[in-house]
Design a protein around this ligand. Structure first.
Ligand code: ATP
Ligand code: MG
Ligand code: MG
Length: 455
């Protein structure tokens, strides 16, 4: 038989699995072919071993997932370059390349970092193809529109919701937990790096695109976990998602006001929420009176945009307070000056609020010699029972900022509980560890509830 010439990349199709087109790198250096597969699970069917797995057939487009099942053909131990042995599952399935359809052995590779969704090894080439490495796509060739047509069915077919996690680091505990919890509840979770998302502002055809040019198709919901340094851009993206019909679990406006300590504090005061006495002034000429206004030292000075306690300073004398305040002013940094709640003894309370309910709370205790209770400042957390008054305060604070998800920080003072601040992307690690609760799951349930999703 005359051998067909193929290039170094070709489109393959697995009609058997419902994969219309998947791009393969032709790799005659490898014996067996492999395909990218997630959620690989072995199960028994009629006394045979089977394997189920998910394939994202299009590079950089995790929004299309195809669930495949196959009889397990073989199990092999593979030693990685780092010397660790790993089990690899091998299946056998009919593949079509150009006009030829034949059975191919495929290793399931659970690495999402694979540069290609599929590698075509020499076993598959064998007696059928010769490779011209200087060419690509000698057989089938699809452009973006054709691919989108081929995959049209997958865009509407879903058994769960399509939820994007808009964040920066997929390896962060909180982000990993949210993805995990969403997948566990049967949703289609997609991680989007906020800084790799861009948009087209157009009345008739607004778009959101992802690095590489992929148009991001509609999401039912977006869970923003924007880090403070990306607040401005992140909020613009959230507004775009919102205007394209996705429910955002924390709106851009709410995130924006929670990130602006001055605005948030004004809103709290306006709604009769008890906070430590707080002052704000622009000019250094007013510093002395500003200090007097919050009852003098010791007092707290806070950068308007601070997290993890980094921008919170304790000034122990009036003199120290004055020089720190004036130093910040000289570099044009906006600050709040606040009464120091000494009796809190380095403790504060974090209430995790989801849709007007405190779903978990913990007490944080500052390290010895430190007044800030933040975990990032060495504080330790434990489960705590909050009072009815504290509960009411936490719920009210989240409501004022319109945050369905909020981490509300409260400090216990001689005058009763005082609100310190409200965080719009509260971390999950500390609170899940301290309480043993699955907060990520509660967040996903919140999305389901809002969208009236029923399985
Ligand atoms: N007025 C105050 N009196 C006493 N302690 C305070 C006061 N304000 C803040 N603290 C302590 O400092 C910590 C950090 O302050 P705050 O929560 O306002 O700042 P942050 O940098 O935004 O932290 P987060 O990571 O919670 O966003 C608080 O958790 C609390 O332990
Ligand atoms: Mg904060
Ligand atoms: Mg705080």
């Amino acid at each position: 038989m005359k051998k067909t010439i193929i290039g170094s990349e070709e489109w393959c199709s697995f009609e058997h699995f419902g994969i219309p087109a998947i791009k393969a790198r032709v790799d005659s250096g490898a014996k067996t072919s492999s395909i990218q597969a997630n959620n690989i699970k072995v199960f028994q069917k009629d006394s045979d071993s089977w394997v189920s797995f998910q394939v994202n057939p299009l590079q950089d487009n995790r929004s299309i997932t195809i669930l495949c099942e196959s009889k397990l053909h073989d199990t092999r131990m593979i030693k990685s370059s780092s010397g660790i042995s790993e089990v690899r599952y091998v299946i056998k399935a009919p593949v079509r390349i150009g006009h030829q359809t034949f059975d191919i052995e495929l290793t399931l590779a659970n690495r999402d970092t694979m540069e290609f969704r599929m590698l075509l090894g020499r076993e598959a080439l064998n007696s059928r193809f010769v490779v011209d490495p200087s060419e690509t796509f000698q057989l089938d060739q699809y452009d973006e529109n054709q691919l989108s047509e081929l995959y049209a069915a997958f865009k509407t077919e879903k058994n769960g919701l399509k939820i994007a996690l808009l964040a920066s680091n997929p390896e962060l505990y909180s982000n990993k937990r949210i993805i995990e919890a969403g997948e566990a509840r049967g949703h289609h979770m997609v991680f989007l790096n906020a800084e790799q998302v861009y948009m087209k502002l157009d009345a008739a055809d607004p778009q959101i695109r992802y690095r590489g040019g992929n148009i991001i198709s509609e999401f039912d919901a977006v869970i923003p976990r924007i880090k403070p340094s990306v607040t401005f851009y992140g909020c613009a993206l959230i507004r775009q998602f919102d205007s394209m019909g996705a429910y955002c679990l924390n709106s851009a406006e709410a995130i924006g006001s929670s990130r602006d300590k001055l605005l948030a504090t004004q809103l709290f005061a306006k709604h009769d929420i008890n906070i430590p006495t707080t002052g704000f002034a622009k000019s250094p000429l007013d510093t002395k009176d500003l200090i007097k206004m919050v009852n003098g030292a010791p007092l707290i000075i806070k950068l308007l945009e601070s997290t993890q306690g980094k921008g919170v300073v304790l000034a122990e004398t009036n003199k120290a307070a004055e020089s720190v305040i004036n130093a910040f002013k000289s570099i044009k940094t906006n600050i709040l000056v606040q009464e120091f709640i000494k009796e809190a003894n380095g403790q504060d309370i974090r209430c995790f609020v989801v849709q007007n309910k405190v779903v978990a709370s913990m007490q944080r205790q500052a390290e010895k010699g430190e007044f800030r209770a933040n975990i990032h400042q060495g504080g330790s957390a434990s489960k705590v029972k909050i009072t009815a008054e504290e509960r009411k305060l936490a719920i009210k604070a989240a409501k004022i900022l319109n945050l369905p998800v909020a981490g509300v920080d409260i400090i216990r003072s001689n005058k009763g509980p005082l609100l310190l601040e409200v965080n719009s992307s509260p971390g999950l690690e500390g609170i899940e560890a301290a309480t043993g609760l699955d907060i990520a799951n509660i967040m996903i349930e919140a999305v389901e509830k809002k969208l009236k999703f029923k399985r």
